[in-house]
Design a protein around this ligand. Structure first.
Ligand code: DAK
Length: 259
């Protein structure tokens, strides 16, 4: 899938940069944008053969200021449920992507926009980033997974603080809480995300994909993660990337994982 009207797709040095493109509505996530993101992460991503994805918002003011309030008030309960299912599928596809996805957050990441960032593997925020789940202000609860992913990231007390008070968390507090992995100057989030992905791309790609898979598995109530780690560890030790990584160490050279 190439660009759509609302989702800009570019490739920069083997990294896909996805830009939410509704700056006039602070990149609020309407049905079309969720559908485009779903199409990208469930179908198109595979064909890019990239080392990672950066997800960002257009304009300096917002990553995404939530689900599109003006649109969702017009939807029937059936349409809301169908959109919820699509959104959940999207977030799971992101969480389970074999290549790292890094959110580059300039300005607001609220409600559904925050949930989209929570489904990314890492988050880089500008010092002007403001994060939060203000859904209770509208008489609803988060609908794209924050009730589950937020406690996974910051625990019960901080999640309840964020979701019950609906307050916006500033970048320094978000960094302290582990909501953001890095805080940088405004305008530098994409470049920083690019550097992070570049660094990860020098590692064994299969090991990277397996780390993502195994950490996601920690939250799978039906799976024994320790057992899976033993199996995966064994399988990887027969992999050519393990051979290359260890031989490179012994020969005192940099490992070359790519052909
Ligand atoms: N939806 C639609 N339009 C939005 C928007 C949003 N979430 N956020 C901002 N905009 C629009 C504004 O209406 C305004 O449009 P015009 O009036 O110019 O036409 C434009 O973007 C610029 O916004 P402001 O003029 O308000 O800008 P300010 O700098 O004054 O304020 C702000 C920035 C971020 C503090 C403010 O815009 C704001 O409070 N925005 C709303 C934040 C919010 O409550 N977000 C929604 C949380 S609830 C679902 C799944 C999930 C969800 C829903 C359904 N289903 C599965 C169906 C999730 C719900 C949420 O995300």
């Amino acid at each position: 899938m190439a660009n759509t009207e609302l989702l800009n797709v570019t490739v920069l040095d083997e990294v896909v940069v996805l830009t939410l493109n509704r700056p006039q509505a602070l990149n609020a996530l309407n049905k079309q944008l969720i559908t485009d993101l779903h199409g990208f992460f469930t179908q198109a991503l595979e064909s890019y053969n990239c080392s990672g994805v950066i997800l960002t918002g257009s304009g300096a003011k917002a990553f995404a200021a939530g689900a599109d309030i003006k649109e969702f008030v017009t939807m029937t309960p059936e349409e809301m449920q169908a959109l919820s299912a699509l959104g959940h599928e999207l977030m799971f596809a992101m969480e389970n992507s074999p290549v790292p996805i890094v959110a580059a957050i300039e300005g607001y990441a609220l409600g559904g926009g925050f949930e989209l960032a929570l489904a990314c593997h890492l988050r880089v925020g500008s010092s002007k980033a403001r994060l939060g789940n203000p859904e209770v202000n509208l008489g609803i609860i988060p609908g794209y997974g924050a009730t589950q992913r937020l406690p996974q990231l910051v625990g019960r007390g901080r999640s309840l603080d964020i979701m019950l008070t609906a307050r916006m968390i500033e970048a320094t507090e978000a960094l302290d809480w582990g909501l953001l992995n890095r805080v940088v100057a405004p305008g530098e989030t994409v470049e920083t995300a690019q550097k992070i992905i570049k660094e990860i791309s020098s590692k064994g790609p299969t090991a990277v994909a397996k780390v993502i898979e195994m950490v996601a598995d920690f939250y799978n109530k039906n799976s024994d993660g320790f057992e899976k780690e033993i199996e995966t560890f064994g399988a990887l030790s027969a992999h050519k990337e393990f051979k290359e990584g260890t031989q490179a160490f012994i020969a005192n050279r940099k490992a070359q994982f790519k052909n």
